[in-house]
Design a protein around this ligand. Sequence first.
Ligand SMILES: Cc1cc2nc3c(=O)[nH]c(=O)nc-3n(C[C@H](O)[C@H](O)[C@H](O)COP(=O)(O)OP(=O)(O)OC[C@H]3O[C@@H](n4cnc5c(N)ncnc54)[C@H](O)[C@@H]3O)c2cc1C
Length: 457
Amino acid sequence: MREFEFAVPVVVVGGGACGAVAALAADAAGAEVLLIEQDAKPTGTTAMSQGLMCAAGTAQQALLGIDDSADQLFADIVAKTRGQTDPAIARAIADGSGPCLDWLSADIGYPFELDLGFRAAYGHSRQRLHGWPGHGGADMVQFLHQKLAERGIDVLMQARLVEIIADGDIVYGIIVERPDGAREAIGCGALILACGGFAANHAMVSAHMPEAATARHNGHEGNRGDGIRLGADLGAALADMGSYQGYAMLADPHGITVPPGILVEGGVLLNSAGRRFVDEVDDIAGMVHPVMAQPGGTAWVVFDAAIEALCAYTLEVQALRDTGAIRGAENVGTLATMIGADPAVVARTLAELEARAGATDSFGRVWGKDRPPQFPLHVIKVCGAIYHTQGGLMIDGEARVVRTDGSRFANLFAGGGSARGVSGPSYWGYLPAMGLGSAITLGRIAGMSAARAAMPT
Ligand SMILES: Cc1cc2nc3c(=O)[nH]c(=O)nc-3n(C[C@H](O)[C@H](O)[C@H](O)COP(=O)(O)OP(=O)(O)OC[C@H]3O[C@@H](n4cnc5c(N)ncnc54)[C@H](O)[C@@H]3O)c2cc1C
């Protein structure tokens, strides 16, 4: 056992959603906690997000008469990942997401509401996306850190984890580095790695997901994979390292996410030849590749005022409007000129769309009651990007890190981007709002498990 000048029962690394929720949960379980964060101000990928979380069987859903359950979410995860997800983690997230949201709402005061504007789509069979109306991920991080402060939970900013001190399956402490290069050792009874994924680490992206190596990165630059690398150095197993959320609709050059509702409510994607090329409501993450494969790696989202109105409550649509990213096309000629296509091809594409209203189109998109967009059209130029990774440290259903020999660390836990999620092995298994859904759910599980490990009865 190493001696440390300073030691805390539970140390959490990373101040995003996973780390903040883990710290709150460990504190609620009675453990003394220290959260460390490398940045001067907590942001992380969480602050860039829309702040939407998927969760099943919540009090909010019950109130609105939505028939959802942990079993239904589990079935949706298994279906979306073609059965290639870890059932123990999927079970933990499916079972834990509703209680986690209800706890955050009732005990921590997070003002969640069910996002009724986000239909059950892209693999979710129920309406289960929850958020804070009028607020995105930046407000979420601020809110969670305010709650950490109110509960007297210590947070050490500008302290980067550079080493984990362990022997066999037991972690004794960590070394952090300060901006001036000074290093400090901190002892701990349990350690939670919540320091994000590796989307900002180009070497790791190229090695594990070469098809995304040329994609733009639109996530937090702190996602260098530190937790994953340091855990692996101790003998932790890694899993699903090729898993990530790409996104097909990053406004170009504005860098603002076009919300998926624009497509779900009837929008379509055209390429510079004026043709559609994909079922726009099939796969929220996987659609990045068809977009990247188009000439110039760009496409145009085409919708109309009625579709925009249905999504106007989102912060992103407001930002797209404010920055002038949404342009108008009164007729075929203006649209064709805007995207550089032959007007005859554009006219044919739109006529084909109109003919398919209420039916299934040649890409397999089922239009149901939806109407394709009508003139005057609204148009946004977009490109594909990688947003966040979904593979990482292998964990069990208690968020405990698993070693390469299958045994578990006694007191090392992980969640969020640092841990293997439930999106399967590649880019096609991501369910909407599962990034934060799994970050907060695993954060809570890790916090409770770490408190137990640090304070054995
Ligand atoms: C544009 C965008 C929109 C998104 N929208 C959504 C959405 O609406 N819903 C959803 O479910 N998902 C969304 N996601 C994904 C979601 O944001 C992430 O899955 C989630 O935020 C991950 O949380 P985290 O706590 O694991 O990581 P982060 O929020 O990235 O937090 C990790 C923290 O660890 C710190 N850190 C890293 N290394 C170290 C170190 N060595 N020492 C100390 N600190 C360190 C980082 O600085 C960072 O603050 C979106 C992603 C992007 C990019």
